[in-house]
Design a protein around this ligand. Structure first.
Ligand code: HEM
Length: 172
């Protein structure tokens, strides 16, 4: 039995039928959802990449500037989380516009796995960042190493997610 014929998927296809019909007949609905998805990606991913770059350069900075960077990292989370939430909601709307196609799409599931990894990495990064804000002493060198590794993983995941999304979009 294929995934698309399972009971859950058939229920999901039924539940989203009116949205699928609206989406496929309305250019403005499609433009708004794809536009929201891409713009929120730009805001969340752009801010994340810029801060990842800062973290990778922070090794050469003096302690006061490093402290300022950690405070900035903490402050930017709120905006990234809000933009990411908008990105997720519009992503769910895109998925719901054609459940049958996406549920059997390999790029779609690769993208979901990459997003899950992005979340796990974000949790590791925020906990390391918390450690660095409370301990600038002996443990700090190892923690800077950890946060740099998380920044590299984060930048890689953002780029990979956007690339796989383009593959997904073109493979429909
Ligand atoms: C980090 C989070 C995400 C990022 C950076 C992201 C980014 C993108 C980008 C750049 C596109 C290409 C848009 C286009 O060329 O038309 C796209 C398409 C798409 N996204 Fe996402 N997305 C994210 C999360 C999600 C989630 C959580 C879902 C579903 C639950 C989702 C579902 C989709 C679908 C179905 C498309 C294909 C639309 C089409 O076929 O044209 N996305 N995404």
């Amino acid at each position: 039995m294929g995934l698309e014929s399972s009971l859950l998927i058939r229920d999901l296809v039924g539940l989203t039928a009116s949205w699928r019909s609206l989406y496929s007949h309305s250019a403005s609905a499609e433009t708004s959802v794809v536009g929201t998805h891409v713009l929120s990606t730009l805001v969340a991913g752009g801010l994340a990449l810029a801060h990842d770059r800062g973290t990778l350069r922070a090794g050469g900075w003096n302690p006061a500037i490093q402290e300022h960077h950690l405070a900035e990292l903490h402050l930017v989370h709120r905006t990234v989380v809000i933009a990411l939430a908008i990105c997720m909601l519009s992503g769910v709307a895109l998925f719901a516009s054609d459940v049958k196609t996406y549920v059997v799409s390999v790029p779609f599931w690769i993208k979901m796995a990459l997003i899950a990894m992005l979340f796990v990495n974000a949790l590791v990064m925020t906990s390391t960042e918390r450690d660095l804000r409370v301990d600038s002493g002996t443990g700090a060198t190892a923690a800077w190493g950890r946060i740099r590794a998380s920044s590299i993983v984060s930048a890689f995941l953002w780029l990979a997610i956007v690339f796989v999304s383009v593959v997904l979009s073109l493979s429909k």
